[in-house]
Design a protein around this ligand. Sequence first.
Ligand SMILES: O=P(O)(O)O[C@H]1O[C@H](CO)[C@@H](O[C@H]2O[C@H](CO)[C@@H](O)[C@H](O)[C@H]2O)[C@H](O)[C@H]1O
Length: 680
Amino acid sequence: MSLPNSLSDQPGFGQSRVVIERVSPELDGGQFPIKAIPGDVVAVEADIFADGHDYLTAVLLYKHTDDTAWTETAMAPLWNDRWGASFIAEKQGRYLYTFEAWINHPASWQHEIHLKVADGQRITSELLAGATYLDGMVERAGGAKAEPTAVATKGKGKKKAEPIEESHDVKVLRELAALFRDGDRYDEAVSVAESDQFTFYANRYPERKYSTRYVHELGVEVDRARAGYSTWYCLFPRSAAREEGKHGTFRDVEALLPRISNMGFDVLYLPPIHPIGMAHRKGKNNSVICQPGEPGVPYGIGSEAGGHDAIHAELGTVDDFKHLIAIAKNYGMEIAMDLAIQCSPDHPWAKEHPQWFKKRPDGTIQYAENPPKKYQDIYPVYFETEDWQNLWEELKRVLLVWGSWGVRIIRVDNPHTKPFVFWEWVIAEVKKEYPDMLFLSEAFTKPRVMQELAKRGFAHSYTYYTWRHTKAEMEEYMTELTQGEMKYYFRPNFWPTTHDINPYSLQSGHEPQFLIRYFMAATLSSNYGIYGPSFELMEHVPFPNKEEYLNSEKYEIRLWDWDKTNKMTYLITLVNRIRRENVALQTTNNITFCTVSDDAIMAYLKITGSNRLLIIVNTDAYQRRAGMVQVPIWQLGIEHGQSYKVYDLLTGAYYTWQGEQNYVELDPYVLPMHLFRIEV
Ligand SMILES: O=P(O)(O)O[C@H]1O[C@H](CO)[C@@H](O[C@H]2O[C@H](CO)[C@@H](O)[C@H](O)[C@H]2O)[C@H](O)[C@H]1O
């Protein structure tokens, strides 16, 4: 908008008195969309005010980008010039929303006459002003102007206008205007002027000539439901065989699907499945020397057999992979692929597009690093290459090939070492072809960088959950994720461990600690995942002095005991079932922490509609803890002194509680958690 001293010739510029600002949500001045899933209520607010004391009307306008017309909904004043409204993002895709507001002169007029009449003043002149408002309403209701009743026709003198069938509203409004002008019916006119009928018509046919339209049209990116609620299981397909020393195949993975689906997982994430290079191939335990026969790291992508659009032959063929995707679908599961933009020196790109790799002055290429980690078996791709357009197009092509195989979820390895603008472009491009595609950002880095990736289009993001342990840390982190601006665009995906991270907190192998870490991930966040067989078996032996696993299957084929069941597999299966049956666990931001007298017991309410859960966990894996939980009964519609039942969905136990303060005791060696459904 130009400055006032430029005396803009924009129509209405000098007459628009309403200001619209401090819109929420609005990300970075409208640069990025907020996120939703179909059916979400998008609640918005703005400061809307004008000079003087006039009454205002404000509307929220929204539309799906497939629609041409905007839908309008009235905004309600909240407090101190803050206004609010909401709409439902019904379908997938992009919605836009903005605001418009204007001075509601008839409402201001009506308010003033109320005061004058109450003060005993006569309002004859005011009624005439009211009549002109009604004339305006007549016009906007589709009625012809009151005067003149004849129209001029060029060259033929005056001709009588054809009588037009007027609408009910027009007739009523004309009658009211006549009434306001009829000095003999003063009392009747005053009563109409003060009536709801007048308010109704003033709102139905508003004068919007000098309205203010908000400067931005803001976006809502609506992803499919799995963006909001998903349960991930990671496995290396080459370790899916049931025979020592045998390379696993996609068919072996298919054989595991019934088990993984019975445990309640709906996304099966596979680390890279492409040919693995020979040059600088790594050996067992991250050794830079590879012994003959060692399989290398799946992230060392590319060989003579192909690159990112090829499949590692020992796993199967493209058709086998498509078959796996189809069978997984029968079990209600999706396969997520891993995008790692890097190349073994043997990758076809290294030979065909040497300009995509940065050469050092001596002509060699520096291997990739994520300090302090060294990835000596791969070249990083050089995004500052002069040939960047072709590089981007090739990466997009790869993703479209994966889409053509039926893949609709992609976990992206280290996205934070590639330009943000690339992600924004490629995600949008791929979604044009495959609107269902979801991207998970595996960025363990600075907060601002993680946030920016989410804003640019990643549907899910890895988080710091893995390193948040105490009740205080957990509450603080959850508050940051769910109460501030991040709640609009950053969907956390909680992982207690990953194939890269064997956290110090779990290296003791202490079972209660594993159970607690699992349970919190699955109940704090609607999206969570586990590094499958390793986590189930509570694998914990570290590579010395590192947060990594000894004998990691990143470097070797492992034989897992897929038949093993234990307390962890039991808890996982049960909690995943509870997550499916309780909608309150299918959203992350519906959380309220409760005060507990013990500093290790954490309690949180999760409420969606009538589904009300109270989750209590002892974060101290070594000691029995007890304390009083303060239940915010006012949020639950429970009266002081009223008793209510809490039903533990984990154990089947019922407790009768009363009022706000209730006693809990949790022994980590028995079961360090409650998952209560509140029944009033
Ligand atoms: O850097 P991160 O900790 O986020 O880990 C991710 O990226 C790594 C590089 O792709 C990847 O590392 C693994 O693959 C490398 C290339 O083959 C190899 O040199 C590393 O030793 C191995 O850990 C890691 O698995 C991935 O999740």
